[in-house]
Design a protein around this ligand. Structure first.
Ligand code: C5P
Length: 227
């Protein structure tokens, strides 16, 4: 059976990664979280002092881009690949609200997008990949065999993200999470380079009222129809 590329785009916290992991596991495909790559660079910018409260030294970060090596390594116990920055596992450090608050500013840098998109395209050369993000069906893999565009109400998404952060022990307020989700949606869909939008040939899925099982079954049917 020929392997395909499945591109999943959508707004923040729409459950893209959850279903992408399930589908990849079911098909024996590789799951790639492109957002983790932008988060890793944001984490780098924060720890190297390029982002300091309100000040963001964009030029400084751009000058260091070539020295940033982002990789993934499969973790057998977790069942998915964790993200590495210059050889260091930073999977747990990139999911904080602090990183989320800066990532959309960092991800708007064209020089950075160019570098990461190239790396993402290389990871998909042999197909058999499920990748989620904001520009996968539009820029990274415009010829993907299946493109999905996930949506859900901002409240639903903020509540999901809030519960996720809480369960990880982060002390956050629901209002702050909602604000972050809305701000990222706005920045991601209005930036000049590769803004988030639904590709013409993407199938839109609103999962506001879907259980995880329903979502998986719905998407699996779409996958089977193109395989
Ligand atoms: O998917 P996740 O919410 O972890 O992505 C974090 C951020 O990374 C997004 O809000 C967006 O700014 C950026 N991103 C992007 N392009 C992608 C994936 C993520 O610009 N393909």
């Amino acid at each position: 059976q020929e392997k395909i590329i499945i591109a999943i785009d959508g707004f923040s916290s729409t459950g893209k990664s959850t279903v992408a992991k399930q589908i990849a596991k079911h098909l024996g495909y590789i799951y790639i979280d492109s957002g983790a790559m932008y988060r890793a660079v944001t984490f780098f910018a924060m720890t190297q002092g390029f982002i300091d409260n309100e000040k963001f030294n964009i030029e400084g970060l751009i000058s260091k881009l070539k020295s940033i090596d982002i990789g993934f390594k499969f973790n057998e116990d977790l069942g998915f690949a964790e993200v590495y920055l210059n050889g260091e596992n930073i999977e747990n450090q990139i999911r904080t609200l602090e990183v989320s608050n800066f990532v959309s500013i960092v991800s708007a840098i064209p020089e950075l997008r160019q570098q990461l998109v190239l790396q993402q395209q290389k990871m998909g050369i042999k197909k058999g990949v499920v990748m989620d993000g904001r520009d996968i069906g539009t820029v990274v893999f415009p010829d993907a065999e299946l493109k999905l565009f996930m949506t859900a109400s901002a409240d639903t998404r903020a509540l999901r993200r809030f519960q996720e952060l809480k369960s990880k022990g982060e002390n956050v307020l629901y209002e702050d999470v909602l604000k972050n989700v809305q701000e990222r949606d706005y920045l991601d869909s209005t930036r000049a380079d590769s803004p988030l939008f639904k590709a013409d040939d993407a199938i839109e899925i609103d999962n506001s009222n879907m259980s995880m099982e329903e979502q998986f079954e719905t998407i699996l049917k779409l996958v089977m129809a193109v395989l």
